[in-house]
Design a binder for this molecule. Structure first.
Ligand code: PGA
Length: 249
């Protein structure tokens, strides 16, 4: 059985003391061991987050990383740097990275390889624009993002992959995919993985939904058969909201 996952993507929010306060609040909460709970603070606070959560079952993810091992890449962070502070999880391909920072399919493929070479687990994000959905192209767009980033992997590597379907039109907009739209896409994603690999691999992959998940809509979305939890932006910044979402998983 796939475990549920609720991951909070903090994006470029929270300074050091706000990070401390939010983690302290989250540490006081009790979670079902059936749910993996992840938080993703900014690079500057990852080491602090790792130290603060060492005795808890909160996991810490980076929001991005560079594909290269080391070298003249000003402002960048490598997989081995993350590893050296105990961070074994990384979000790759978030739509904001794709849109604003040149995270192309090709660049992401390199990042996926680098993360796997360092034995890291990856939350791989993808999703269509509103115009793709309006022109009924959303399945093709999602298929091409997944196949470009991940379909060269061998079956074994997939044990390190968590997928996150995030329709761009739903991110930070307050507009959410309906539970039916999420289920339809998640089932489609599982079907293309089954076709490329096999059914047991497709059944084992966790597929998260992301895009304006809130306490009010989380359980309807998470109760869909192929939805294994969520990647949460805005609502992950408030402990009470994040907790309500975790409890909906
Ligand atoms: P949102 O962000 O929950 O604020 O829409 C989701 C995400 O970007 O992962």
């Amino acid at each position: 059985m796939r475990k549920k996952i609720v991951a909070g993507n903090w994006k470029m929010n929270n300074n050091k003391s706000e990070t401390t306060d939010l983690i302290e609040s989250l540490k006081k909460l009790t979670f079902s061991s059936q749910v993996r709970v992840m938080i993703s603070p900014a690079f500057t606070h990852l080491a602090q987050a790792k130290e603060m959560t060492s005795e808890s079952h909160l996991e810490v993810a980076a929001q991005n990383m560079n594909a290269s091992k080391s070298g003249a890449f000003t402002g960048e962070i490598s997989a081995s740097m993350l590893q050296s502070i105990g961070v074994n999880l990384v979000i790759l391909g978030h739509s904001e990275r794709r849109a604003y920072y040149n995270d192309s399919d090709l660049a992401l493929k390199g990042k996926v390889t680098a993360a796997l070479n360092n034995d890291m687990e990856i939350i791989f994000c993808f999703g269509e624009q509103l115009s793709d959905r309006k022109s009924n192209n959303h399945f093709d767009v999602v298929k091409s993002q997944i196949s470009a980033g991940l379909f060269d992997l061998n079956s074994k590597a997939w044990s390190k992959i968590i997928l996150a379907y995030e329709p761009v039109w739903a991110i930070g907009t307050g507009e959410t995919a309906t539970p039916d739209q999420a289920q339809e896409m998640h089932a489609y994603i599982r079907s293309i993985i089954a076709k490329k690999y096999d059914h047991s691999l497709a059944d084992a992959v966790s597929i998260l939904y992301g895009g304006s998940v809130k306490p009010a809509n989380a359980s309807a979305i998470f109760s869909q058969r192929d939805v294994d939890g969520g990647l949460i932006g805005g609502a992950a910044l408030k402990a009470d909201d994040f907790y309500a979402i975790i409890q909906s998983a």
